[in-house]
Design a protein around this ligand. Structure first.
Ligand code: ZN
Length: 341
């Protein structure tokens, strides 16, 4: 899932995302709550309509940004108080409030409010954090079930939103297992593994995913949050992960880093100044079909707005292409004849 933090996947228009084959994108609750405000988006008819995105949308709970952007937050059993990184104004998110905001935004999938345990965290700290996450998961789900019909549009079929729970537990396998078991009892529509890619070594990320993934129901989506590099997302997808999101392809693109079939390419490097090859000779994205490394380097050097756009389009095409190949290989591996369906 490309990340569309503020109702936009930075630098790329919605029609381009569609043409690249993006089926679902992510919106950040924290940012949209602060600006333009969830009530404003509700009155407009929801985030789909506001940003003219007819395909699927997932919103996070806002928790991750509250914890990562706010040094002055105050966490209690009830929720978390924080100051806006925009103007310093005081706000609070509780599980109920986070769910209300997400219902107002009207995404297809919303996430339970959780505390993303920092790394490193000792066992006592991870346990305490997990206690909050599990209590907040229960409250998020109860509130979601009571209010999910309050979508910002008239829907004769009733609520079609889904709520996913998030497995936390730091880097402790037993805590992770305990959390997964409790969340499964609550019967969420899907399950995420959160609190990864927070600075831990990659072997540990893999170890946590390998521990939790087999416990999660196979008939529901399994989502690993905030990963990863191209080889990681392929590895996790082959392990059975259904969904992932990461700012890496878009953020790296704006900072000159292109992911290609030949490895990482820093388009700012002088060696590309007169290189007339496409960014990735094996890629058939609109950027690689049309432009050279020399041109992309020039745009970057000149700080032209088109630079971020073209780099991002290629990186997203590369990421989406990886997932497309994984899907195709899984489809042939598990091919079923029409009569078996
Ligand atoms: Zn390309």
């Amino acid at each position: 899932m490309p990340v569309g933090t503020q109702g936009t996947v930075k630098a790329v228009a919605q029609d381009v995302l569609e043409s690249l084959g993006a089926e679902i994108i992510l919106g950040n609750t924290y940012h949209l709550y602060l600006r333009p405000g969830h009530q404003s988006i509700r009155r407009i008819g929801g985030l789909h309509k506001f940003m003219s995105w007819p395909r699927a949308l997932l919103t996070d709970s806002g928790g991750f940004q509250v914890f990562s952007l706010n040094a002055l937050r105050k966490v209690t059993d009830d929720g978390v108080r924080f100051r806006s990184h925009l103007d310093g104004s005081s706000h609070s998110f509780t599980p109920e409030h986070s769910v209300d905001v997400q219902i107002a935004l009207g995404a297809d999938i919303l996430m339970a409010f959780d505390e993303c345990t920092e790394y490193p965290a000792d066992r006592t700290r991870a346990q305490e954090s997990l206690r909050l996450t599990m209590a907040w998961a229960r409250r998020s789900l109860d509130h979601f079930r009571a209010h999910c019909h309050e979508v910002p549009w008239f829907d004769p079929k009733g609520c079609c939103m889904q709520c996913f729970g998030i497995v936390q537990g730091g880097m402790y396998r037993d805590l992770r297992r305990a959390c997964a078991e409790r969340l499964i009892e609550m019967d969420f529509d899907g399950y995420a593994i959160g609190g990864l890619s927070v600075g831990e070594p990659r072997e540990l990320t893999l170890e946590m995913i390998a521990e939790v993934l087999p416990l999660l129901p196979k008939n529901k989506p399994r989502y690993v949050m905030g990963v990863g590099y191209p080889d990681e997302i392929e590895q996790y997808a082959r392990m059975g992960v259904d969904m992932m999101d990461c700012v890496l392809p878009t953020r790296a693109a704006r900072h000159a880093l292109l992911f290609t079939s030949e490895g990482r390419l820093n388009i700012k490097n002088k060696q590309y100044a007169e290189d007339q090859n496409p960014p990735d000779p094996a890629c058939d994205c609109p950027v690689c079909r049309r432009y050279s490394r020399a041109y992309l380097r020039h745009l970057m050097q000149a700080s032209e707005a088109l630079s971020g756009t073209l780099n991002t389009i290629h990186n997203l095409a590369y990421y989406l292409g990886i997932m497309q190949r994984v899907r195709t290989s899984l489809e042939s591996k598990f091919a079923v004849s029409p009569s078996d369906r």
